[in-house]
Structures are given as C-alpha cells and as structure tokens.
Design a binder for this molecule. Structure first.
Ligand code: E4P
Length: 221
C-alpha cells in the first residue's frame, strides 16, 4: 500500500519524507490556499518544491470547470514537473478533459468521487488515480469504507488499471481498513500520518529494555 500525504504544507512534507515511507502527495485548492497564506509563496513554486522533495506523484487540482479550461490548466500544471498528476473533479466536463489529458500521457487523478459508478467512469476514461472521499461520506452518515471495498472488488472484476486513493481520511482506523480492503494508496493529513507509528506498548517496551540494560551496563565493561 502506498502512503500519500494530503497536505501542501512544506514543513510537514519535509518532516514526513525523512521517515522514508512517503510515496506521493495530494493537494487541493483548500490545502494550497492554506500554504500560500502561511508562506506567501506562489502556488506553482509550492508545487515544484513538493515535487522535488517527494519524487513521486503530486496531485495538483484544476479550478476550471469546462473541459477545455480543465485541459489547458492541466497542461500548464503538468509542465511544472513530470511528477504532477492533474486532479480533475468528477463531472461530465472532467471526464472529457481527463480522457484528453491521458491521450497526451499526462497523469490524472479524478477527485470528489462518492459512488461506485463514478469510480467506474474514472477507470473508463483511463485516469491513473481515483479519489473516493470516505471521511466526507462518513460525515453524512454513510459508510465510506464500504465504498472502498466495493470499488476494489469491481476494479478487480474488470481488471481496471486505475489506482484507488483512499481520500478524506480522518483517523488511523481508516488507514487500517483501507489496507485490509487492498486499497492501492491512502492519502492522509500529517496529523494522521504521525499517529501511524505510535503505540503505547512500543514506548513501554523501549523503557523496560533500557532500564533492564542499565542494571548490567557496568558489569559488561
Ligand atoms: C483528497 O485528495 C483531498 O485532498 C482530501 O482528502 C479531502 O479531505 P477532507 O474531506 O478532509 O477535506
């Protein structure tokens, strides 16, 4: 399972990359706006910096809504780095633009996906990635993870090559379930990422090993 960070925060990305387990990053206009406000940097510069740190797929979302506009914006963003994947909203116009971008070999990620049928359409236009938003489904009383289970099953039924990015992740339990369902990728905020390594028993275990070792340290000199 690949681990992506769902942030545009350069500090968080730098810290997480040092762990050696980050395969990619997803951004969206909200996350990018937050980083522009925090640093005063230009969006394109932020994206290039992220690509240089991550050296894996970095999703950059278009803001145009018509197919021609999405295509043009996508081409421009893709010229920033070969690591850029164009994040396109799941609409009719988005499908048309994704097909066109893919024909030109540009990486795409169809986003704001909330149903199995939408995920099938993303695969049909040859998108590299599809992003079902499970947390937002949970928020309205649906079972977000059921959608991941179903998409994984249907993609397997038909041998679709689109990789499933579990998105809108709220807590480590989402990551656990995504792994059980065989999701290709989970993208998560830094606050969830840093919780993955934590376990009380690991801390207690280290403490006990060190105190036991302390008792004999002088005897082995
Ligand atoms: C995914 O690509 C999106 O950027 C993200 O996961 C949305 O998450 P949210 O529902 O927490 O805003």
């Amino acid at each position: 399972m690949k681990i992506f960070l769902d942030t545009a925060n350069l500090e968080e990305i730098k810290t997480a990359c040092e762990w050696g387990v980050v395969d990619g990053v997803t951004t969206n206009p909200t996350l990018l706006a937050r980083e522009i406000e925090r640093t005063g940097k230009k969006p394109k510069d932020i994206l290039v910096e992220i690509c240089e740190m991550v050296k894996g797929p970095v999703s950059a979302e278009v803001t145009a809504l018509d197919a021609e506009g999405i295509y043009k914006e996508g081409k421009e963003l893709a010229s920033l780095s070969p690591y850029i994947a164009i994040k396109v909203p799941m609409t009719v116009e988005g499908l048309k633009a994704t097909r066109k971008l893919r024909e030109e070999g540009i990486m795409t990620n169809m986003t704001l996906v909330f149903s199995l049928n939408q995920a099938v359409l993303a695969a049909k236009v040859g998108s590299n990635f599809v992003s079902p938003f499970i947390g937002r489904l949970d928020d309205i009383g649906h079972r977000g993870m059921d959608l991941i289970r179903d998409i994984m099953q249907v993609y397997e039924n038909y041998g679709f090559g689109t990789e499933v990015i579990v998105a809108s992740v709220r807590h480590p339990e989402h990551v656990y379930q995504a792994a059980l369902y065989g999701a290709d990728i989970v993208t998560m905020p830094f606050r969830v990422f840093e919780k993955l390594v934590q376990h009380k028993l690991t801390d207690v275990g280290i403490e006990r090993f060190l105190s036991d070792w302390e008792r004999v340290k002088d005897k082995i000199k």
